[in-house]
Write a protein of this length. Structure first.
Length: 223
């Protein structure tokens, strides 16, 4: 039976409007986002199949193009999922930019995790800050294994000067999901810290992003 034939109080969209989005399951929220199902499958069943195919809601939203596993899903519905992810990212970026300053790893950890957590390849990124630790910009600088061969201190220094940054927070992801700093992570962080000291830019932290909470190298005493 199509969702439009369900009792009004059980339809996801009507339920959301009447009771609020927090009352809906993940599959029901996806059903609202998708708008409709596909032949032989209503929108909630389609949402459940998407979640099962990706393994989790976070994995689905993190890489929709890679993690969609539902028969009959067309480009329009895939685009809606991708658009929802981008809106969430931009909302986090706005919240981050509106904060007076970044005082601890949690202030930036949520945003950086949303940007990097589910990428299937390693990315080294920078969050540029002014002298009051307010956000100037976020930028992905390098892709690939994070070591001395792929992260070039000269390019990082150039990028900080381009953004007129007084401080910077580094971040990179571990696609394995294990957010444990490696010896290469520690080595390149020290090289970058030493290079940036020469131009008056402070390295506040280096966050390693995995499946769980980001690991702060500053909190670990590794800077």
């Amino acid at each position: 039976m199509s969702i439009r034939h369900w009792p009004e109080g059980e339809r996801p969209r009507e339920k959301l409007l009447a009771r609020g989005s927090a009352t809906l399951s993940d599959a029901e929220l996806l059903a609202v986002l998708l708008g409709s199902g596909v032949p032989g499958k209503d929108a909630i069943a389609l949402g459940r199949e998407l979640l099962q195919g990706a393994g989790s809601l976070a994995a689905l939203l993190g890489q929709p193009d890679r993690n969609i596993r539902a028969t009959g899903l067309g480009p329009a519905k895939r685009a809606r999922i991708a658009a929802a992810l981008e809106l969430a990212r931009r909302s986090l970026a706005e919240q981050l930019a509106e904060r007076p300053s970044l005082g601890n790893p949690r202030d930036s950890g949520d945003y950086l995790r949303a940007r990097l957590r589910h990428l299937p390849y390693e990315v080294f990124a920078c969050l540029y800050l002014d002298n009051r630790h307010r956000v100037l910009a976020f930028e992905e600088l390098f892709r690939g294994t994070i070591d001395g061969a792929s992260v070039h201190p000269r390019e990082v220094v150039r990028a900080c000067l381009r953004h007129n940054a007084c401080a910077v927070i580094f971040a990179h992801n571990h696609p394995s999901g294990v957010a444990e700093p490696s010896s290469a992570d520690r080595t390149i962080t020290h090289e970058l810290r030493d290079a940036l000291q020469l131009v008056g830019v402070r390295v506040l932290d280096h966050l390693v992003i995995g499946h769980d909470e980001p690991v702060s190298m500053a909190a670990r005493g590794l800077l």
